[in-house]
Design a protein around this ligand. Sequence first.
Ligand code: ATP
Length: 239
Amino acid sequence: MPPEAAPLLQAAGVDAGYGTMQVLWGVDLDVRAGETVLLLGANGAGKTTFLKSLVGLIEARRGSITLGGEDVTRMRSSDRMRLGMTYMSELAVFPDLSIEENIRVGAQALGHADSGARVEELYGVFPALRDKRRAPASSLSGGQRKMLGIAKALAAEPRLLVMDEPSAGLSPLFVKEVIRILSDLRGRGLALLIAEQNIGFLEVATRVFVLEGGRIRFSGTVAEMTDNEALRRAYFGLK
Ligand code: ATP
């Protein structure tokens, strides 16, 4: 396979769970360089569990995960991060740290001695954060906090940003704002994997994977998903 055709991230046959409870069953998913992939699923479908197994916060019990062609299945989370995969959890930020400290924590993952230039660059992208740089993250509104979460994740200069429910806890207006920010990021060559239950994120996706009961029920383009009558009914409430 020529290098440009190889996926940036490839998960094959991933099983994972907690104690005696198996949550994921043979999950296959891939993300190509620069692509935006949506992992759609209801509460409890296993989205967070899958993302955690990708980034190394829990162990894949079976199957394999490669990043940039390198097998990372048994690799520590910090090493996966160094290879270019950054995770943004639902919480996204440390509430007690200031805005600038949060961004610096994100940049630390790079191991750069001086993160100052990267912080300045990110203030250029998110000017509202510069004005409040010394304030604790807990003082921000939900939408701003999510913006900070994105800035913190970007500080690590990822090739792939793995996001867990960026819409969680946000009003519809802020969800739109996050979708707008993500559309902008797409243009910068960053690959995104977004786990969501909000179908509004289909707007930014190139491909979709639907997770149900820990299994991939569908994978394809957004157009293919909307052409599928059963999925249309289940996710859009349409006949
Ligand atoms: P949500 O939108 O609610 O976060 P999700 O699709 O991300 O849903 P998961 O959080 O991966 O789903 O949860 C999948 C299943 O695993 C659920 O049944 C959940 O109760 C269970 N689960 C999640 N975390 C743990 C844990 N730490 N210990 C035991 N069971 C867990």
